[in-house]
Design a binder for this molecule. Structure first.
Ligand code: PHE
Length: 425
C-alpha cells in the first residue's frame, strides 16, 4: 500500500511538472516563456566606457531589427522587447548586468557582448541559467566553448587572423611583420597568436611582438623598438581607442609602413583619433556598407534613416543576431529555453546582411570576411576583397554583386574571391 502510494505520488508529480512545462512554458528561471505578451530579450554592451561605440551600434542594430519584425506583426503574433543594460565595457560589469537581465527581468534570451573578454565573463551566467546567449560580434574561439547555450553569428579569430596574414604575405608581399597587441584583451591575444601562426606558415617572420594595456596613451617606447627593426608591416589587433593614437604616434616616429588590424578598429571614432595617420592601413572585417547587393543597401538605408549615421559592422552583426533569434523563436514554436537553444544552434543558411549564417557544431558562424582599406580623407573604409573560408564559395544567387569576380586559390586551400563591390566599376 505504501509502495502504491509512493508510486502514485511520483507519477502524479511527474505528470504535474510536465503539464506545467507544456502549458506555461515556464523556464527554469521562472520567466513565462510560451505565454502571451511581449517577448523580453536582454541586450548588454558598452555605451559609456572605452569602447562605447560598440554598444551604441549594437543597440541600434537590434532596435532596427526588432522594429521591423514588430511592424510586420512580431514573432508568432508577439512583439519583441529589448531590455538594454550598459556594462561600461568591463568584464566585471558585464557579469553583473547579464545576471540582472536573467534573474530580475526574466529575459528569454540575451544578445551581447561585443568585446570577447566581456562575453567570456558573462557567458557562464547564461549557460548556468540555461538562457540562450548569442554574441553578435565576439570573435575569440573560447566564448562559445563555455557551453551549448552560447552561440555567435560572426566568424572566429583563427579565420580572421589568417585573413590578414594572407593579405600581408600575398597581397602586400610582406616578408616581416611586427605585432603590437593589447595584453588586457582576449580578442587581441588570440589574434596575435593566429596571425603569427599563418604568417609564419606562409614563409613570413614576426620579428618583434610588443604589448600595451587598454586605456594606455603612450606607445612610443614599443614603437621605437619596432622602428629599429624595420618590419614590412605592423599588425595592431586592438580596439579603436588605442589604435587611433598608435597610428598617430607611429607616423610621428617616421614609421610609414602599412598598419594592419581587425574588426576592433571599426568605429566612427577611429577617424577622429587617428586622422591622416590611418594610411596606408587595412583591416579584416565582417561586412562592407559599400556592397551594392540590394539586401545590404536596404539595410544601410533603413539604418541611416533611423539613426542618421552609416551602420558599422557592429550594427550589421547585431541586426543579424536579432533576426536569427526571431527566426529561432519561430522555429522553436515559442521561447522554452531548451527548445530555443536547439533552434538557434540549428541555424542554417540564414541570409543576413553580414553574409549567409550557418552555425557549425561549435555554434560558430562559418562566414566570409572582407578586407577593407582605410580612407581617412573620406572617413570611410573602402572595400578591397571578400575572403571565404575553406570549402565555401561566393554566393551564386546574387551574380550582379560579383560580376567581374576573380577567383584565386592559395597555399592553404582558402579561396580568395576578389570582387568589385564598392569600387564603382
Ligand atoms: N571581435 C571583437 C572581439 O571579439 C569585437 C568587435 C567586433 C569589435 C566587430 C568591432 C567590430 O572582441
Amino acid at each position: 500500500m505504501k509502495n502504491f502510494f509512493l508510486a502514485f505520488t511520483l507519477i502524479f508529480s511527474v505528470l504535474l511538472s510536465s503539464a506545467c512545462v507544456d502549458k506555461g512554458g515556464t523556464n527554469n528561471n521562472g520567466s513565462t516563456g510560451d505565454g502571451a505578451g511581449d517577448i523580453k530579450v536582454g541586450v548588454y554592451g558598452d555605451t559609456t566606457g572605452a569602447t562605447s561605440s560598440f554598444g551604441l551600434s549594437t543597440k541600434n542594430g537590434i532596435q532596427l531589427a526588432f522594429d521591423e519584425i514588430n511592424a510586420a506583426g512580431g514573432v508568432n503574433g508577439r512583439k519583441l522587447q529589448m531590455i538594454f543594460e550598459d556594462d561600461q565595457g568591463t568584464p566585471e560589469k558585464a557579469k553583473t548586468v547579464i545576471s540582472k537581465l536573467i534573474s530580475q527581468d526574466k529575459v528569454v534570451a540575451v544578445l551581447g557582448e561585443v568585446a570577447s573578454s566581456n562575453s567570456l565573463a558573462a557567458a557562464p551566467v547564461a549557460q548556468e541559467a540555461k538562457i540562450p546567449m548569442i554574441t553578435p560580434s565576439s570573435t575569440n574561439p573560447k566564448v562559445t566553448e563555455v557551453g551549448d547555450y552560447i552561440s555567435r553569428v560572426c566568424f572566429i579569430d583563427p579565420f580572421q587572423g589568417s585573413v590578414m596574414a594572407k593579405f600581408a604575405a600575398n597581397t602586400l608581399k610582406a616578408k616581416t611583420a611586427a605585432i603590437l597587441g593589447d595584453n588586457s584583451s582576449d580578442y587581441s591575444k588570440g589574434l596575435t597568436q593566429f596571425f603569427e601562426q599563418e604568417f609564419t606558415k606562409l614563409g613570413g617572420t614576426v620579428i618583434t611582438k610588443q604589448t600595451y594595456a587598454q586605456k594606455d596613451q603612450d606607445f612610443k617606447a614599443q614603437l621605437t623598438q619596432m622602428r629599429d627593426q624595420k618590419p614590412d608591416v605592423i599588425y595592431v589587433p586592438g580596439y579603436y581607442g588605442e589604435v587611433g593614437i598608435i597610428a598617430r604616434q607611429a607616423r610621428e616616429l617616421g614609421m610609414n609602413q602599412p598598419l594592419l588590424g581587425g574588426d576592433g578598429w571599426d568605429s566612427p571614432e577611429l577617424w577622429k583619433l587617428g586622422g591622416a595617420a590611418l594610411k596606408p592601413a587595412y583591416i579584416s572585417n565582417h561586412y562592407s556598407a559599400d556592397n551594392p547587393a540590394p539586401e545590404i543597401q536596404n539595410f544601410v538605408k533603413a539604418y541611416q534613416a533611423k539613426f542618421n549615421t552609416a551602420p558599422d559592422s557592429l550594427a550589421a552583426l547585431a541586426y543579424d543576431s536579432a533576426k536569427v533569434l526571431a527566426d529561432a523563436i519561430k522555429r522553436a514554436g515559442g521561447t522554452d529555453s531548451a527548445k530555443l537553444k536547439d533552434a538557434i544552434n540549428q541555424t542554417k543558411n540564414f541570409a543576413g546582411v553580414t553574409g549567409t549564417i550557418t552555425l557549425d557544431a561549435s555554434r560558430n558562424a562559418v562566414k566570409s570576411a572582407v578586407v577593407l582599406e582605410l580612407n581617412p580623407a573620406a572617413s570611410k573604409f573602402d572595400f578591397k576583397e571578400t575572403i571565404y573560408p575553406e570549402g565555401m564559395t561566393a554566393p551564386t544567387t546574387t551574380p550582379n554583386t560579383n560580376a567581374m569576380t576573380n577567383t584565386m586559390s592559395n597555399a592553404n586551400a582558402m579561396t580568395n574571391i576578389i570582387g568589385n563591390h564598392g569600387r564603382g566599376q
